[in-house]
Design a protein around this ligand. Sequence first.
Ligand code: SF4
Ligand code: SF4
Length: 180
Amino acid sequence: MSIPTKVVRRPELTFWDRLYLPQVLAGLWVTSRHFFFNLFFHILHRFGLFKWIRAAVTFQYPEEQRPLVPRSRTRHRLTKRDDGSPRCVACMMCETVCPATCITITAEEHPDPNVEKRPKSFVIDLGKCVYCGFCVEACPEDAIRMDTQILDIAAYSREAMVLDMPELLNPRSARIVSSK
Ligand code: SF4
Ligand code: SF4
């Protein structure tokens, strides 16, 4: 069975298209229009005028960070019990479900006989993580979340992209943005 095909001819460039100048000028016009519009209204806003007309706002990232919607998936953290210990019971569900195989957990016996296990070490390699959130979905204990609102995952080495358990329990230490 032959598959019907449609031949689309590439349109020939006109004289004005070959000049490129009209397109360059059109681009400059669009940029200048936005620039002067924003400049004009930001000056008026300074004097309390025309506040209902919005002008573009630039966030001075990374010093100034735009608020994220609460459901954004950001860097992981391990939640804690009231005594400060991890809620994780080392069931390995997150490690098993992770499509990037970037979670590595070593389990040990919990001193409390009512709790079977706890993680001896819990490591996430953010260099491999695809931020799918499957680990959060799979956890039966609500022990892992991706709600830190920390987006920066830049580092100078692959080793610095690996988060260990102290880092996951206290994610604001932001070790990953260090120059290691
Ligand atoms: S977000 Fe996805 S890829 Fe990243 S650790 Fe969780 S399950 Fe693995
Ligand atoms: S799924 Fe939850 S309880 Fe199980 S090992 Fe992962 S973080 Fe711990």
